[in-house]
Design a protein around this ligand. Sequence first.
Ligand code: SF4
Ligand code: SF4
Length: 501
Amino acid sequence: MKDKTPTKPDDHDPFQASQEADWQNFRDHLTTTDKLGHRQWVYAKKPHGKWTQRRTWLSWLLIGIMFAGPFIKINGNPLLMMNIIERRFSILGQLFWPQDMVILAVAMLIFITGIIIFTTAFGRLWCGWTCPQTVMMEMVFRKLEYLIEGDSVEQRKLAAAPWTAGKLARKSFKLGIFFVLSFIIGNTLLAYIIGLDALIPIITDDPRQHVTGLVFMILFTLLFFAIFARFREQACTYICPYGRFQSAMLDENTMVVAYDHKRGEKRGRLQRDESLVRRIAGGHGDCIDCHQCVAVCPTGIDIRDGVQMECVHCTACIDACDTVMDKVGSPRGLIRYASLNSIEKGEAFCFTPRMKLYAVVLTGLIALFLTLVFTRSAVEAMFLRAPGSMFMQTTDGKIENLYLLKLVNKTMRDLPVELKLEDSDGQLEVMGEKNLLVPAGKLIETSVLIQLKPAALDGATKKLKVGVYSNGRRMQTVKTVFVGPRKSESEHEKENEHHDR
Ligand code: SF4
Ligand code: SF4
């Protein structure tokens, strides 16, 4: 989207003249740092209004889902689990294994394409409404801060006040609560990674038995505490990659939180007893330069400077400005969800060819994903030659090869599995197990011995096919190689003579 450069401030107004330097170079530095790069703490004013109310309702719903998630199981599997350590994943109760990497890669592509379409159409709606960072920061931590330290003015005063017992108590109380919440969030994240069943023993057992788990628990707690107590909006500005590349996805038709510069400029303070008619006659727009939109912004920016990387689309400035418009008797929506084209040309929101193309790609990816999920085998087998083994010869002259078999049961029920040699005469024996049973959602490993007559080998090796059956149904056919001794020419000739006869 093009930069929206606001109309130059009124040089006769001393307040606006003082803002001129910022007006000219707002894109050259972050609003949350001074010219030397030192952090400028944002004391965002508490927002009120219909958008804040809607976001609050949605946030409570999302927070509920987020904390309840680890406890919800579908068919005995977690609703969502991303066990990177054991490479086991559960999405909506469906278990995925490393063998399903293609499915997970397609799922990832769907996620990325979905975000691209969404961002192209609706800007950073994700950031403001559903991102866990924004939801927890604005709806939990900042609200607690308002309760303990008061609104922005009181917070500013408290920060500037000397360290007394009262200030120390308030700050400690706030940070104590933040730490407890960070511990809960850290544990919730851990539950999404390793699953609740693995987390509970870490909490309840002797700590010495789960040192790694405890280390991660402490690390996650400290990480979240640092983010919500200190780092805050900088996580969105400096760390989050989505915030950095979103500007590449926006265009003139993207719906963003935007200031209607055509209606607002030329901005100027509303003089006491000045009528709106007189303001308009004086060349002023609807913006009374009250800075309420800046005061509520959790990232400390001025939306009137145009679309900026720091804007997380939290809608606080919409509510603040609507409240001001109500007070001065102007229509609401000076700051609103709008595209650049709708502000400049009055065009309604439309799906552009770019969005339609992305939608086609997304539909194709979803179709591919569903096909892969619904056609994947219930049992996945990996049949590998046992490491370091060649072949063995029995006393009756047969050749034996040893294999390593890994079986993954992707279903929620125990499955009996049978192996058969396909297209070859020989014997296949699963070592140690007469009846092979793979427990639901588990991976088992065992050894398999295959025995062939030397005559069955074409040269020193033979390609084999092994059928994997469950309840009489072939689930998969795996291919492997059988190795035998290198044959001498005379042995070949003897065998050929034998075959000719
Ligand atoms: S809140 Fe509205 S009127 Fe006040 S400065 Fe911001 S845009 Fe202008
Ligand atoms: S500019 Fe408005 S929407 Fe963007 S972060 Fe600030 S308050 Fe939220």
